[in-house]
Design a protein around this ligand. Structure first.
Ligand code: FAD
Ligand code: DLZ
Length: 512
């Protein structure tokens, strides 16, 4: 019998379809899962994220044992520093002569693992992560030779490849590839938001919550409010609830901002997808089936499938195409320090306050809060791109660098100079007012640009246009806005920029 190979399963690879498990001989090869200090502390993760991952890992250990695998489990209390140290221990204990793992999702860990063979003294095999619908190599082949990469064209190819929402002739159902224009309604509190069921808390999760409370007292996250699924079955139940109660309104209110709800009709499944509890193609097929059965509109089904099959795969492709080095971009030279209230939520801008508070407490904000409320403020204020990206990586339950970095640096901050987005997502308070009902209970007046009580987004928007006019003029989609700014009287422009400078110094001081 050949020597055993140790299979390492990382905390975001908790799926029986993990290719490293598929290659494991259950009779011979031990499996290692390890809760380690380094992974739990490389940023100040939201406590919901640590609790989710540790509890899901412990539950997955039980699933693997029931499936006949021999599991070597290292708990956080065992005090092991790093995944490398954990692998070293398990290799010694099991006498395995090699190690295999599905490739890690973050370049940071991939780089560290590149030295394992030498340091651990055994062959290390990394297997392609088959849980994604477009491999890193396929994305690179698609990107090759294209002057500009755009998600929409990638998405169409993915629709054809997986035959999703196509008619018998292979053309898009309804005659259009994209129904985004139907997905932009603002929230006017004219309908009820369904109550979301919490996933059950069992003994394993309770134990993990106590551990996280004790060991991570200073990290963000209100553990009393922990309500996440920690097994594949529970995550599936959350998704089924979304299909039955929210999908049909998902499209309509995808871009809406609401006082009443942190999540409106969003699915709340990114964290389960990202750690392996749900599988992307199955979700897309279930949503298509729901539309074919008449259970939701085509715009809702297409909008949802586009997020998973399009955006999620696209951002991962962009990440690996440009790593290492992607995180070093700072196209707009944004270096202002991140204000301390990003970590407390203590601001009197109503939309920002709500988005930050739920982010810190629950580790969740929906896309428009991340992009057009928090991200937009960071973009307009010129906050330091590295600090902003580190903040996003820390605070969200679903944050892993492969998905966080292109979304934050590229989409929200335009820090990559247009690799991800065709224009900066910069907007004044008018956009936030149009999309929801925060402005009605805000102390600032969204109709005012300058003067006491004016909504800070307004003057900051024009300051942004003024500051980057030469750069933005080259962008076909921003040229009009720059032109209309430059046509205004010089004295008016000076007054707006001076007001914005003062507001910025008040809200995000240059030295703090
Ligand atoms: P829904 O709105 O219900 O969408 C369904 C699913 O589509 C999501 O669960 C997610 O898997 C996928 N999806 C939607 N948009 C994107 C996108 N732009 N990129 C990748 N997947 C997408 N998503 C993460 O998973 N992790 C992150 O760290 C993350 N950071 C972000 C940072 C910024 C600045 C922005 C603008 C977006 C970020 N996103 C991130 C994308 C998106 O905001 C979240 O996936 C979404 O809000 C999760 O909530 P949901 O499950 O309710 O999503
Ligand atoms: C995020 C995370 C945390 C908090 N803890 C662990 C852990 O203790 N053990 C582990 O294997 N994985 C953990 N993870 C997920 C890893 O950070 C993730 O696998 C890498 O970031 C690569 O995507």
């Amino acid at each position: 019998m050949s020597a055993a190979t140790l299979t390492l399963v990382l905390g975001d690879q908790l799926s029986l379809a993990n290719p490293a498990l598929a290659a494991t001989d259950r009779e011979r090869d031990p499996v290692l899962l390890a809760e380690v200090a380094e992974e739990a502390a490389y940023v100040a993760h939201n406590r919901h994220k640590i609790a989710l991952i540790f509890s899901a890992m412990r539950h997955f250990r039980d699933v693997l044992e029931a499936e006949g695998y021999t599991v070597h489990y290292i708990a956080y209390e065992d005090g092991v520093e790093s995944l490398e140290a954990a692998a070293g221990r398990a290799l010694d204990a099991s006498k395995a002569g090699a190690l295999r793992c599905c490739e890690p999702g973050e370049a940071r860990l991939a780089e560290a693992m590149a030295g394992w063979e030498e340091r651990l003294g055994v062959p290390v095999t990394l297997l392609e992560d088959s849980r994604f619908l477009c491999s890193i190599d396929d994305f690179a082949a698609w990107a090759k030779g294209r002057k500009q990469l755009r998600m929409e064209y990638f998405y169409r190819e993915m629709r054809r490849r997986y035959r999703l929402l196509l008619d018998d002739g292979g053309e898009p159902e309804g005659g259009q590839w994209n129904y985004d224009a139907d997905n932009r309604s603002g929230w006017r509190a004219s309908e009820a938001v369904p109550e979301r069921p919490a996933a059950p808390l069992d003994d394993i999760t309770r134990e993990v919550l106590a551990l996280v409370a004790e060991r991570f007292p200073d990290n963000p996250g209100d553990l009393e409010a922990f309500r996440l699924a920690v097994t594949a079955e529970e995550a599936e139940a959350q998704f089924r609830w979304f299909l039955d109660h929210a999908l049909d309104r998902f499209g309509t209110y995808q871009d809406a901002l609401a006082e009443e709800s942190p999540w409106l009709f969003h699915s709340l499944i990114s964290m389960y997808l990202n750690i392996g509890l749900l599988e992307p193609l199955a979700l897309c097929r279930a949503v298509e089936a729901r539309w074919r059965d008449g259970g939701c509109s085509l715009a809702a089904a297409e909008g949802f499938i586009r997020q998973i099959l399009g955006w999620r795969e696209y951002v991962r492709g962009i990440y690996w195409l440009h790593m290492p080095g992607y995180g070093e971009h700072n196209a707009l030279d944004a270096t202002r320090p991140l204000p301390g209230w990003f970590w407390s939520g203590d601001t009197d801008l109503r939309c920002l306050q709500q988005a930050l508070q739920q982010t810190l407490d629950l580790g969740y904000a929906h896309h428009i809060q991340r992009l057009m409320v928090i991200g937009n403020f960071a973009l307009l204020a010129g906050l330091d791109v590295r600090a902003v990206c580190d903040w996003y990586l820390a605070v969200y339950v679903d944050a892993f660098e492969w998905v966080e970095l292109p979304n934050t640096l590229g989409m929200a901050l335009y820090g990559d100079g247009g690799i991800m987005a065709s224009k900066p997502y910069a907007a004044s308070g008018k956009y936030i007012q149009r999309q929801g009902n925060h402005c009605a209970s805000c102390r600032y007046d969204v109709r005012k640009t300058t003067g006491e009580g004016a909504c800070p987004y307004n003057a900051l928007y024009w300051r942004f246009i003024d500051r980057h006019a030469d750069y933005l003029k080259k962008n076909a989609r921003m040229g009009l806005m720059v032109g209309s700014w430059q046509k205004r009287k010089a004295a008016d422009r000076r007054a707006i920029v001076a007001w914005a400078d003062g507001e910025l110094e008040r809200l995000a001081p240059e030295s703090n």
